[in-house]
Design a protein around this ligand. Structure first.
Ligand SMILES: [Zn+2]
Length: 209
């Protein structure tokens, strides 16, 4: 594969970029453990976008836990086209199940006073230049997020399963507009005491063809 573009996602911010059919995007935890919230649209029809729910259904995985990440990334019904296919993954553990992303309300719930940047706002900012609004931000792929459930069914967010240099390769199966947020909650492992304000890092995207 030949590297054709490099994009740095600043800590706590989001970027949007195009990935053409046949190109591969590599998302790298370039500075260390860091969660990325990722969305994709068909560049010819923004109403067709990535759908986490139908992706874990069609991949026959629960959408969480070790090595249960999806391989094929489907668009929402009625389209249900494969938008991306995972071709390499050195991390292996992501959260597909929720489709959720952090919001200003979520940080208030965590006890943060005042405004705190969020993946929702990062993604809304990133897609704004393309004529899309905050209401157009779809559910996300929680890249590198490591979630486990306890016996009561409550979820617990742990540190990512890999550290600095961990990456996932995804080949585009259609021309896509993609947006990626470097989560302002860092690696989101609240359970190990880091909290949402510490350890925010950049992500790096490399586009290959
Ligand atoms: Zn977030």
């Amino acid at each position: 594969m030949k590297l054709v573009k490099e994009i740095l996602v600043p800590a706590e911010h989001g970027v949007a970029y195009h990935v053409k059919k046949g190109q591969t995007q590599r998302v790298i935890m370039v500075d260390g453990p860091q969660v990325g919230d990722w969305i994709a649209f068909n560049v010819d029809n923004f109403k067709e976008h990535f759908c986490p729910t139908h992706s874990y259904i069609h991949n026959n995985v629960a959408g969480t836990g070790t090595n249960t990440a999806i391989r094929d990334f489907y668009s929402r019904p009625p389209h249900l086209n494969i938008m991306f296919t995972v071709t390499a993954d050195t991390v292996g553990t992501h959260w597909v199940m929720s489709g959720g992303k952090c919001t200003p309300q979520r940080y208030k719930f965590w006890g943060v006073e005042g405004h705190h940047r969020s993946c929702f706002e990062n993604l809304a900012e990133a897609i704004d230049p393309f004529g899309l609004t905050p209401e157009d931000v779809p559910d996300v792929f929680n890249m590198f997020m490591n979630v486990e459930y306890d016996q009561q069914g409550r979820y617990h967010i742990k540190a990512p399963a890999a550290g600095k240099g961990g990456y996932i390769d995804m080949r585009a199966e259609m021309d896509c507009l993609v947006a990626l947020s470097a989560c302002p909650a860092g690696d989101v492992s609240l359970v190990n005491g880091e909290g949402p304000d510490k350890g925010n890092k950049r992500l790096k995207v490399e586009i290959y063809e």
